[in-house]
Ligand binder design. Structure first.
Ligand SMILES: [Zn+2]
Length: 253
């Protein structure tokens, strides 16, 4: 796990698994953690890593209901988890799905986890909307298309945007169950002006991007979704081609 400060009030923690990013944002002496790393050892170290840099979180947020973004409570079992209304709906309509997916991945990669995932107290947040952090306000923007649910979290006072599984420099747009090309395209269109206002974009997976790099990924993603044929440059690995095949199947219904 790597922790990199991207602003004096924002620190990105990257898991060794899937280049999965969590980001802690701070305003005054209040901090919040968005998403999570994956491995049990990373989750165990996380409270100390964040506390050392002054980012001990008072609350958790998850950008969407995919299991790899929901593990914050394994590190902070006493904190409540805030999610978009759409994510709450998904969690309620697929009870146990995240736990099942996590178990499947753990067994596939021989990961031993001390206890099963518990989502605990989950709080539904209106999206689009605003959420207080210290004296500041986070903007919550709806995202969809990858799955049926989700939100991007923007801290306008420092220009840091956490986008969940969109705008990834390592992963092509992935149309998972509940997602669609049309919704993905509207999400990208809605995110573009937010990216324009951002200094730093933290994707769910892969390197942190500055505004120009994020806009480039956005353009490449739009081009990919236009024809669903050529993979975006630099993202044509075997795994991305597998995701591409799954996208074609999803579109064919
Ligand atoms: Zn993900």
């Amino acid at each position: 796990m790597r922790a990199v400060s991207v602003h004096e009030d924002a620190i990105v923690v990257t898991s060794l698994f899937w280049q999965l990013n969590a980001v802690a944002l701070r305003a005054g002496d209040e901090a919040m953690l968005i998403d999570s790393p994956y491995f049990p050892e990373e989750l165990e170290m996380l409270p100390a890593v964040l506390a050392q840099s002054g980012f001990a979180p008072a609350a958790l947020l998850a950008t969407h209901a995919d299991f790899d973004h929901l593990l914050g409570r394994a590190a902070f079992p006493e904190l409540s988890l805030g999610v978009a209304e759409s994510t709450m709906l998904r969690i309620r309509s697929e009870p146990g799905a995240a736990q099942r997916e996590l178990r499947d991945h753990d067994s596939r990669f021989y990961v031993d986890r001390p206890r099963p995932l518990s989502l605990g107290t989950t709080q539904s947040l209106p999206v689009p909307g605003r959420l207080g952090l210290g004296d500041e306000e986070l903007e919550l923007h709806a995202t969809g298309g990858h799955t049926a649910d989700g939100m991007a979290v923007f801290a306008p006072w420092m220009g840091v945007l956490a986008v969940g599984d969109h705008l990834s420099p390592v992963e092509i747009p992935m149309i998972s169950p509940g997602g669609s090309v049309a919704d993905y395209r509207s999400t990208l269109a809605a995110l573009a002006p937010v990216v324009e206002r951002a200094e730093t974009v933290v994707p769910g997976h892969g390197a942190v991007l500055d505004r120009e790099a994020a806009l480039r990924v956005l353009e490449e993603d739009v081009a990919y979704l236009d024809g669903l044929d050529a993979l975006p440059p630099g993202r044509d690995s075997a795994e991305q081609r597998r995701i591409h095949q799954a996208n074609l199947q999803a579109v064919a219904g």
